[in-house]
Design a protein around this ligand. Structure first.
Ligand code: ADA
Length: 549
């Protein structure tokens, strides 16, 4: 390992900021964590500043895996970075910094300020703080910015091939001649004597054969270490390590194919939310979710409604759990989509999501714009732009978006997707039977350009308050939720026209204050487990059903 990390102690100085920017209450804050974990700040919305003295010098990259939701970064009182969106990674390049101690300050804002188009009052909570890990990396004059690995099939031969793209950065004022070596398992490939122009980025790309590669399957999720090493006159000057898998996702007619085999989706939607930790789940809590979801018999998680912490995606990779990764947006109206920053903030989110997560073999779908305005011409133009960007960045995965029941009859975007997906709530928001609801949906989809494509139920479910029990078939009881989910899930999984179901939702989650109507305890209570992961009756019932299909 050549690239060195500058150690950052996890305890930071922390001050609440007044509206005029003055430091007020003082705390110590753990990074990563949400400030809501501090009882005094459990409902705080606004600005705060994190500060720390760090000793380093030369060139460095400050990598933030997630700050919720707007970050202004200062080094020695000078602004060096800005980022919007809680759920995507960003980094800041610091060049020619004098060696010594420096003051690093990060102002974080989680208010629904007027520049914010995606973080708005919603059916989930926009927490505050540096909620995902942060690292400071020492780099030299040249470094490997990223390596993208796309496995593919040729001439009926599975997974012997991959296209590998590596972006190199030369920060010096001189032209450099370098060699890049990339090892995947035991195979090594090289880009020899490549010229890097001064102060520029250079993309090296080619396709390679890996004849000995073992296929990544859901039963045997074989991962390979990808090690990229950069050499300047024979001396190793930088390295980057990631994990990859050889697999292929395709759509054929109405089927979703994973390694050429039809897969039926049995999934759960999951928010990053946990009673004690808010959205900043420690690895143990993530791991527990993975264990519970596997034991449920599910094979898929939808990261509703934003890109997830990469450590969670790593766990999905390791456990062979398919991931529908979604860019950030939920239920935006046309007016909200016409917000002056909506387009830029959405496209940035997609770019950052794909750039940083493209190598995860578990991701099988890129999703966008959950339940937004896919039934107007303006709305459609937004979906078109976002899908174009996705296909430009990664054309190897199918794309989709979750439409809603209210758009049955009017959705204008079903031609844009590889997989048609709808969120429907029979037996919860209305009393139409599940069978009739599916019938209406299929009739509509078949009358559109979505006909003949895989059709997935991306949300269905019912609410229950953990521990509220009676046998009166009353809504909010665990018994009612169990009976609704039994009908919903068995009807979908028995229907051969459908590609499967993703239950809304795995665990209860906190919602924004404005959402208290229909949200007892200010939570979305449709979880199979509550915010502490205590199992409701429905968890056990669904487990039986998932294991029998
Ligand atoms: C929608 C939405 C979810 C959640 C759900 C519900 O379909 O996509 O975020 O709000 O409904 O509980 O009503």
């Amino acid at each position: 390992m050549v690239r060195r990390e500058v150690p950052l102690d996890p305890i930071w100085d922390f001050h609440i900021l007044s509206s005029s920017g003055e430091k007020q209450e003082e705390y110590k804050m753990l990074v990563p964590s949400c400030w809501e974990s501090n009882p005094n700040l459990a409902s705080y919305k606004g600005k705060a500043v994190y500060s720390k003295r760090v000793t380093f010098g030369g060139n460095a990259r400050l990598v933030f895996k997630g700050v919720s939701h707007t970050a202004y970064v200062y080094l020695d009182k000078k602004q060096v970075g800005y980022h919007y969106n809680a759920y995507t990674e960003f980094n800041i390049l610091l060049q020619d910094i004098p060696h010594g101690e420096h003051l690093l300050e990060i102002i974080v804002d989680n208010s629904f300020h007027e520049e914010s188009a995606l973080h708005v009052s919603n059916d989930y909570h926009s927490y505050g703080g540096i909620t995902r890990p942060i690292v400071m990396e020492e780099i030299g004059e040249m470094f490997i910015k990223n390596t993208h690995f796309i496995p593919y099939q040729e001439n009926g031969k599975w997974y012997a091939y991959a296209s590998i793209k590596t972006l190199l950065s030369n920060l010096s004022n001189e032209k450099k001649l370098v060699t890049l070596k990339i090892k995947v398992g035991d195979d090594e490939i090289s880009f020899v004597d490549k010229v890097l122009p001064p102060n520029a980025e250079t993309l090296l790309e080619n396709s390679f054969e890996f004849p000995a590669a073992t296929t990544y399957t859901l039963e045997n999720p074989k991962l390979y270490m990808l090690e990229a090493k950069l050499f300047d006159k024979g001396k190793e000057v930088d390295d980057l390590i990631d994990r990859v898998g050889f697999r292929e996702v395709k759509v054929n007619g109405k089927d979703i194919l994973f390694n050429g085999e039809k897969v039926i989706i049995k999934g759960v939607n999951r928010h990053e939310d946990y009673a004690e930790f808010g959205c900043a789940l420690p690895l143990e809590a993530m791991y527990r979710d993975i264990e519970m979801i596997k034991s449920l018999g599910a094979n898929c998680i939808r990261t509703s409604h934003y890109p997830n912490d990469e450590r969670f995606l790593d766990l999905c990779d390791e456990n062979g759990i398919l991931v529908w990764e979604e860019s950030h947006a939920r239920g935006l109206s046309e007016e909200q989509m016409r917000h002056k920053n909506f387009e830029k903030q959405s496209l940035d989110c997609i770019k950052e999501m794909i750039e940083s997560h493209i190598n995860h073999p578990s991701i099988y779908v890129w999703g966008i714009l959950n339940e937004c305005v896919s039934n107007t011409e303006f709305g459609r133009s937004c979906y078109v732009k976002q899908f174009e960007l996705i296909k430009h960045l990664d054309s190897s995965r199918p794309v989709s978006f979750a439409s809603l029941e209210a758009h049955i009859g009017s959705d204008l975007c079903l031609d844009l997707v590889d997989i048609v997906s709808f969120n429907i709530y029979p037996r919860w928001y209305h009393e139409t039977s599940v069978k009739d609801s599916l019938c209406n949906l299929k009739q509509f989809v078949n009358s559109t350009s979505g006909a003949g494509k895989p059709l997935l139920i991306s949300e269905i479910g019912a609410g229950a308050i953990y521990g509220y029990r009676n046998n009166n078939q009353e809504k909010w009881t665990e018994e009612y939720q169990q009976s609704a989910l039994t009908e919903q899930v068995t009807t979908i999984l028995s229907d051969e026209d459908l590609s499967g179901v993703i239950i809304w939702q795995y665990a209860d989650c906190r919602v924004d204050k404005g959402w208290f109507h229909g949200r007892p305890k200010s939570q979305n209570n449709k979880g199979l487990v509550d915010t502490y992961r205590r199992e409701k009756l429905a968890y056990h019932k669904v487990k039986g059903i998932f294991h029998s299909y």
